[in-house]
Design a binder for this molecule. Sequence first.
Ligand SMILES: Nc1ncnc2c1ncn2[C@@H]1O[C@H](COP(=O)(O)OP(=O)(O)O)[C@@H](O)[C@H]1O
Ligand SMILES: [Mg+2]
Length: 883
Amino acid sequence: MTDQHPQNNSQVKPDWYGDVPMDAKPLQTSMMKQFISIKSKVPDALLLFRMGDFYEIFLEDAKKAAHALELNLTARNKKDDTPIPMAGIPYHALNNYMERLCSMGFKVALAEQEVDPNNPKLMTRILTRVVTPGMPWDSDGTDSRGSCWIAAICGTRNTGVAFLDTRTGALRVTEVEGPIDGWEEIKRMGASEVIVDTRLLSNEIIHTDLQKLSHSSKEPTFFDIRHGRMALKKQLNVDDLTGFGADKLRAGLGAIGALISYARDMAMLNLTHVNNVHVYSVRSQMALDESSLRNLEVLQPLRGADKKHTLLGIVDKTRTSMGGRLLRQWLSAPLIDIKRISSRHDAVEALLSPDLREPIRESLRSVGDLERLGAKLAQEKINPRELLALANSIFSLPLIMDSLSKESVFEGFLPQELPIAIADEICEYLQEDPPTAISEGGIIRQGINKELDEYTELSTNAKAKIMEMEATLREETGITSLKIKYNRVFGYFIEVTKVHKDKAPDTWMRKQTLVNAERFITPELKEFEEKVLSSTEKMRTLEHTIYVELRARLTKSVKKIQDCAYRVAIIDVLSNFAEIAVQYRYARPSVNDSMKLDIKAGRHPVLEQMDFDEVFVPNDVCMDKETNFLMLTGPNMGGKSTVMRQVALIVLLAQVGSFVPADSATIGLCDKIFVRVGASDDLARGRSTFMVEMGETALILNRATSRSLIMLDEIGRGTSTFDGLAIAWAVSEAIHNKLSARTIFATHYHELTTLADQSEHMKNCHVAVAQDQHRVVFLRELREGSCGQSFGIQCAQLAGMPKSVIRRAGSILKNLEKSDAGVGHINQMSIFDIQVEEEKIVEIPSYLTELEQELNQVDPNELSPFEALKFVYELRSLIQKQQ
Ligand SMILES: Nc1ncnc2c1ncn2[C@@H]1O[C@H](COP(=O)(O)OP(=O)(O)O)[C@@H](O)[C@H]1O
Ligand SMILES: [Mg+2]
């Protein structure tokens, strides 16, 4: 469809024409032809077409945009048979509308107008930018705390995954074994858009996920490794990629090449700010799959709850945007290298001292978004106000670096040299409060350029200058009434009263004679006039030129600025950790290579900060090689899920480098954290929830190692009791017997407590409740041993269920407990027994079928007593034969 010629009627009409026929007369103007030709290059984007002071939108796009942005839908050539639907937005409001369209998920293309090189009288339009979810419009208003990644993934065995943040220029790449791992990484990073190798589309998971994600699929050649290598070398301006650790990459280079082509050729982005590539290995970070991140509510709340109620919401007190972005990245990629973890803890510990931390955090306040400012500088689209913000940010750095240089833990980390010279130069050039526009003047300081100073002075001091000239002329000629005046017809002129007209020098040229006065001009005066009148215009042009030159000069320092930005981000996050450690009373965890997990008085970082009637009750959790599996029972609402999540979050925070919400914590390094929640807690998702749950649980069994931390919350709940119990039982057994990973399994199947009694490394524990005659009181305490009953009915009572229903439930429960088929019976079964039982019931022995047939064939009323007796004998012998 992209390449189809719009005028060719034999082709199918693209749907962006709407009701308008392709050969409609109004579409034949040269302007509309331009529109159609550009639109057919980007058929799936809403095209904003610049015409004078407006961006016009035509055809179906106009209807969509008018609806989305509440614009007036009009028509070009209203009187025609086929009016062309049209809507417009004023050019100066572009930022605002662009942001709104992007936030609504539109892909938007921008065509700007310029003078046609072949015909200077004609305007022509060229496509200048395509904005997509992964390559958003970059205006100041956009939220910069989150990263916005566009990803590319390719390769079926060695799979390459690359990510680009077009706003900051950050480029990351990794290689993994196969598409599934690659896809998991894309989900973990939360990419907003993805370019997929068509060979991966047959993968069922990728195929399903793509339905909810903005994407484009490309043939394998688009991910050509050689092309990728060349594109990256060119991008980084190097002959050899070794310095970046990227020389050994293969599919990774293919993914990078795809990203660069796509961003540059399709979106028409200027990528001069992409100066580095971060090659990383997913093996050097903790494996935290997207499902675990979601279940732990690390970055996003479940079911659209308040964003503040996430781990990020609680622990993010960073002062800079790049710090905010880095914190997000760290939280979803904890470390698995004990040395690196400890060195982060050391840094946080040093920053606990208020004398160090407070001045640093205060200075960080005045550091702008160095990363994005640097990116804008590199692309030469930074405006004067932003440039000054860049300088001011740089001026805040020495204080930060000086204080840190006194601490030995930061040795080797601080930048060798700060780009102060750049900041000085910026301040030397720019006025104190420069505008955002670069064509309106008021940018450059006095003293930078003589000519400019003259223009500026002229345009601002023309009046004084005239008075000065007047005085000089009076003195020279002796005409005391001489005046210099101005009108629109003559411009500046000298006026002399009739009486003095003879005193006028010969060099003056007479311009006009009035009744009482004579008017003259002089070459000097005309020159002055010329200067004054054009000075404003010239001043603007010259300022623009000086600014653009300054900006171009400064681009040489972009790398230094980007390097500083990265270091400042780290300092911001580390001092943020120190800040929350102090504010929330967190303790330094000890992370070692044991198999221990010993948390004393641990708290849930998010819950403990929420306003509740009850105070948060801290809990101890201890696991080690001997006991690595806790079977956690207790009534609904007792606090099972909370305890589990708090353990996982404490481990996550510790390995990110933060202190943790506990009195103390010793953590044997965890290589992966898996958190799974039973299906009925997760109804919002599309696929059969039980299947999702099983799929995700299966993934744990395949991927977890003995170093992993597994949290299973009511797994098996999404199906009938027996199936659920059977699955829960089997999964527990498998983890216990085969994986020996540290695991907490929260369940309301009390039958599972028997499993714990029988298994060597498994221990029962429960969240305690106190019960008086009618009510339960949640104690929120984790205790050893199993919990006697589920208190479900008492919970219902707490929840306000009518008394009659509660009473009836109570009596049903008593009956169930009495009956043999109750809980006690199931306790004794292993999963295999259950299967055998079921088979017996299903398979009816053949002789019984025979008996049934025999009986059905006989009418008892027809039988004599003797025949009946004989028949009974026959039936008996049939049965006896079988036994
Ligand atoms: N340690 C605790 N201290 C205080 N309140 C708690 C604690 N643990 C849980 N809660 C409260 O109890 C509610 C239910 O806890 P939850 O862990 O979901 O229970 P369960 O999983 O056993 O049904 C939580 O939303 C919270 O309000
Ligand atoms: Mg729960």
